[in-house]
Design a protein around this ligand. Structure first.
Ligand code: ATP
Length: 265
């Protein structure tokens, strides 16, 4: 571990609690130590990348933060509040949103209906298609705004399952935004996205924090995209946090180079 490995001083300039913080997070399954004492903080409005070789523990970290799995030890704080014992739904209500590596869309529904359903849930209404959507209701209006925002205004009426990968990812982000999260976890947003769609999706992600002030933590294997987007990079290796620092410092770090030996950084 390097001196700056914890990154816990990252929000120290102001007195406000970091938007997201993990403290000594560990997960043990059977005899396997999947994550070990991982600690870092993400100040509000910052965009941070998580990288690491295959099996390093990136998805596990997201599963722990979003509440899909419970840590063996350690704590997770959202805006300074300990959410470690809370359910996925309670964390979402508290402002934590997540996309998954695998698509979480309703493929046989039109794009606007996917986002309307997410907006409807945010309003405290049921995830029900039978809610008789009216063109002017707040969930429908919000859905149209968000589709414009992510650049899918021209896809209205298309079935979500028929969209190209890049647009599916944008749709997932629009659905996430419908829940109005303050902290967004993006799990490999570029996976399966055609090269021609990468720039557009990158801009959508950039605007999440630049234009909307959201805090973003993202796992991404597409290194060029990640390094062009994030302010800091956390590096996981065999369940340990090697370092969290600026993209330049991380790429120049010999421990990172050796962690990736045999892989292209
Ligand atoms: N439920 C589980 N039971 C046992 N081992 C698990 C479980 N979940 C994950 N692991 C193991 O934990 C390690 C970390 O897995 P994880 O999926 O978090 O890695 P990752 O960094 O996201 O990898 P990738 O880049 O390939 O997606 C792997 O060795 C994996 O096999």
């Amino acid at each position: 571990m390097t001196d700056h490995a914890s990154g816990l001083d990252a929000g120290a300039a102001g007195s406000a609690a970091p938007a997201l913080e993990v403290r000594d997070l560990s997960l043990r399954i059977g005899g396997a130590q999947i994550l070990q004492d991982v600690s870092f903080a993400v100040p509000a409005g910052q965009i941070v990348g998580v990288i690491g070789p295959n099996g390093a523990g990136k998805t596990t970290l997201f599963n722990l933060v979003s509440g899909v799995m419970a840590p063996t030890t350690g704590r997770i704080l959202l805006d300074g509040v300990d959410i470690t014992g809370r359910s996925v739904t309670q964390r979402a209500t508290a402002g934590l949103g997540r996309t998954f590596q695998t698509s979480s869309l309703f493929p046989r529904l039109p794009v606007e209906e996917n986002v309307r359903l997410a907006a409807q849930v945010k309003e405290g209404r049921a995830l029900s298609l039978a809610a008789f959507p009216r063109r002017g209701d707040t969930a429908s209006r919000r859905a149209l705004e968000l589709l414009e925002e992510v650049g899918l205004g021209h896809r209205l009426g298309r079935m979500a399952g028929d969209l190209p990968h890049g647009d599916k990812r944008k749709l997932e982000i629009a659905m996430l935004l419908a829940t109005d999260p303050s902290v967004v976890l993006l799990d490999e947003p570029m996976a399966g996205v055609a090269s021609g769609d990468v720039d557009g999706l990158t801009e959508v992600i950039r605007s999440l924090h630049r234009d909307h002030g959201r805090t973003v933590l993202m796992v991404e294997h597409h290194m060029e995209v990640l390094l062009g987007l994030v302010e800091r990079v956390a590096v996981l290796h065999f369940g340990n946090l090697l370092t969290i620092d600026t993209p330049e410092a991380v790429m120049a770090d010999p421990t990172v180079q050796s962690a990736y030996l045999g892989e292209t950084v």
